[in-house]
Write a protein that binds this ligand. Sequence first.
Ligand SMILES: Cc1cc2nc3c(=O)[nH]c(=O)nc-3n(C[C@H](O)[C@H](O)[C@H](O)COP(=O)(O)OP(=O)(O)OC[C@H]3O[C@@H](n4cnc5c(N)ncnc54)[C@H](O)[C@@H]3O)c2cc1C
Length: 495
Amino acid sequence: MLIQPTPSELVLSHTNALIIGGGPAGLATALMLAHRGWTNITVLEKRTAADYYEPDKSFNYLIDGRGQKLTDLLGLTEQLPKIGVPTTAFYITRIQPNGKRKTSKLPIVNSNRKIAYWIPRRVFVQLLYEEIERNWQDRITVHFDTQCTAINQISTEEGIKTLEVVAQKSNHEIERFEPFLLVGCDGIQSIVRTTLKQWDRTDRFEMQRFPSPSSGLRYKVLSLPPNFPLDAQHQDQAVSTRAYAIRGIWRSRTQFLTLGLLPLKDDTAPRTVNIITHPDHQIWSLKTGEQVLQFFEQDFPQLPIRQMISIEEADRFAKSNGGVFPMPQFCPGLHYLLKQEPSETIQAGIVLLGDAIHCFPPDIGQGVNAALEDVSVLNDILCQSQNDLLQALPRYEAIRAMDVQAVVRLAQTAAPWQYNQNRLQARLWMMRFFLHFGLSRFLPGMSPPAFFQLQNQELSYQEIWSQEQSSSKILKVFSIILLSGLLASAIASQW
Ligand SMILES: Cc1cc2nc3c(=O)[nH]c(=O)nc-3n(C[C@H](O)[C@H](O)[C@H](O)COP(=O)(O)OP(=O)(O)OC[C@H]3O[C@@H](n4cnc5c(N)ncnc54)[C@H](O)[C@@H]3O)c2cc1C
């Protein structure tokens, strides 16, 4: 009698997975698959190393309870306090142009939530890579300096279709792979997604874009020495684990600037300042390091600028192109199956995760958490379907696509005015935010603003988005009643 293999046996005979992109989503997926029993996992990463330092990508992640669902699964959550600053110890010092300083502890909105940790991107990626090196070298191979350049469907002489992935090393050497599972974790410019767009005749792999007040803002990152001086006499130095908000003296739209620094655990690592502002700001027209230093000296008279910023760093800053915040966007299609017709057996499966399917400005701090949650969801589904890709990949898309869309809509609306790109709009947004927060404390059924809800890993993005839409309706009604009352009392006072 012929014994039919079970789906899990069938698929585990194909334990060959290729992951494009060794960022947080790619390395986390490699670890998740290794935990699930996959034995032949390859990651292709075009950067030269896991801890490769790119000044303009040296931003901080806040790994919250949502991201920690995956670090729990990988046994890495206990490492987070060693490399990150907990939100429970979030102190911020505000420094005014006249030198006045005030340090305050930011309130913890809900102490029952999981503690979140501020961790630089490079340090978090290195944590995942070290875990591969320490425990999974026999199952996972990471090729740095290797860029995926093409993905093809090829037919064998017997007419069987297979998947071929072509990669190129920096020495121009070409490598070819024939994976059973191809995972696209290659960020916003995903070659995996664009290939699927060409293969699929529908618009499933077309990014759906939503305008936001923060998309189009330009950013560059300025590196400062660890514990840089806060005054010319070196009596006071920056504390690495503390956040800073340093106000400039200029008020006009094309010059107004605030320097924001997020906390950092390692007090020997450079501090980074994110300069984020609208494209016609004067700072983007500075061509030389000397012009950069002069700009900062005039705008921040309270700081010993030349002791904080070296001329080399100022030069690098002037020459860097920086980046532009993207429009919030998502991809409706999350998977593709390469089938052998007419038998419908699958030859290969392709799945997309992370920024390849949802990408937005960092307003809500969810980029990395959403990516890690994609990996947890894929893990749950692979577990339920016993690694059978024919069932698992369509199910992953059915379950995750609505959340992917919801997080993008939240990114579009939850906190887009925080960069002071328009001070009137920022104030109006603040007023609405506090009104919403205040009302949510008294009105049963009205939930707090989405910005607070996002860190509650027990709520899905869809649930938060639906709460936000209900709250918007209540706020509209409340504002109409309030305005009518004010109008009526103004008219009454005229009589
Ligand atoms: C300025 C800025 C600030 C941000 N701040 C935050 C924040 O505060 N909090 C937050 O959660 N998120 C933030 N984000 C978003 C966050 O960086 C992403 O959401 C997160 O990194 C997604 O991880 P990923 O692995 O999906 O993609 P990525 O981090 O983009 O990684 C993709 C990887 O794929 C590699 N790659 C791409 N194409 C290829 C190829 N063809 N071959 C081989 N390798 C390839 C890339 O080199 C890269 O390493 C910010 C983004 C920006 C731009």
